[in-house]
Design a protein around this ligand. Sequence first.
Ligand SMILES: Cc1ncc(C[n+]2csc(CCOP(=O)(O)OP(=O)(O)O)c2C)c(N)n1
Ligand SMILES: [Mg+2]
Length: 326
Amino acid sequence: MNISMNIEHDLLEKLYLKMLLIRVAEEVIADRYAEQEMRCPVHLCIGQEAVAAGVCANLSINDYVMSGHRSHGHYLAKGGALRQMISEIYGKATGCSKGKGGSMHLIDLAVGFLGATPIVGSTIPIGVGAALSIKMSKSDQVSVIFFGEGATEEGVFHESLNFAALHSLPVVFVCENNFYSVYSPLSVRQPAGRTVSDFATGNKIWNKAGDGNNVEQVYELSNEAISYARSGKGPTLLEFTTYRWREHCGPGWDNTIGYRTEQEYLEWRKLCPIERTEKKLLSLGISQATLSSYHDEIKNEVDSAIQFAKDSPFPSPAELFTEIYR
Ligand SMILES: Cc1ncc(C[n+]2csc(CCOP(=O)(O)OP(=O)(O)O)c2C)c(N)n1
Ligand SMILES: [Mg+2]
C-alpha cells in the first residue's frame, strides 16, 4: 500500500497524546481493578489505541461515534470526558451514564459519542440510523461505527451494509480486526482468505484495509474514508489489523491459557503503536524529556480522575428507574 507519511509534527504529537491518554487510563484501571471498587467488567483496548486516535482525529464534536464492549479508547478519542468515564466505571452518580451503565455503556452526547453497548453488532444499525438522520437533515456530519471483526458474524452487520449502500448514507464502518473473538481465532470462525473488506466490496461500498498499529496510516486512510462519506458519496468501510494485549475481559493477561501463544503476543508487542510514534517523534527532534513530561502530566490527570470518582457519591436508590428504557 502506498501511503504518504506526511503527517505534520503537531498532528503526530496530538495523535500520540491521545494514544497515551488511552493507554495510561487503561493501565491505571488495570492496576486498581483488584481494589474491587470497579464493580463492572472491563474490556481493555491496550495495544489497539492507534485506531481510535487516528480515526477520531478526523472528526469534530458534531460527528457521531458508536462503539461496543471495548469502548474506552473510542470514547476518549472522540473527546469524551475522562472523569465521567472513570466515575462510570466506579458506578458513581458523576459517571457519564450516571453510574448505571459501567464500562460497557459509555455515552457523551456533548461530544457526539452516541453510545456503546456490549451486545456484539448491536450498535451497527443504530449508527446507520444516525447516518440516515444526518442525510435527512442535510447536514455534513458523518456517523462512525467501531466494531470488532467478531461483529461481522452477526446478521445485522450485513443488513446494515446493504441499507447504508442502498441509501448512500454518510456512515464510516471501522472494523478493528484483532483476530480473536474472546478465545476463538478467526480460523475457526470465518473461511480462510475472505476479508472483512470483501463484505464491503460485495455491497459496492468503498473500502480500504490498513495497519491498525500505525497511527499515521490510520489517520490518512480514515481521512480519505471520512471525507468520502462527508461529501455525500456514500458509506465507506475501513478494516484495521491490530492486537489486544490483555485478556479478553479483565485487567490481566491470558497468553498461557492455550488459545494463543506468548510468542504471538511478543511479536505484536514489538508493533506497539505508541512506541512506534515515540520513535518517530524523537527522530523529528522532540526530546525524551518532553515525552516523559507528557506521560507524567497524563498520569496526574488520570490519578485525579480516579480520586474524583472515589470521592463521588453512588446514585441514590430513588434514581434506579429513571433515564432507562423499560
Ligand atoms: C450478540 C452477542 N454474542 C456474544 C457476546 C459475547 N461476547 C462479548 S465480546 C465478544 C467477542 C467479540 O469479538 P470482536 O467483535 O472481534 O471484538 P473484540 O473483543 O475482539 O474486541 C463476544 C462473543 C455478546 N456480547 N453479544
Ligand atoms: Mg476481535
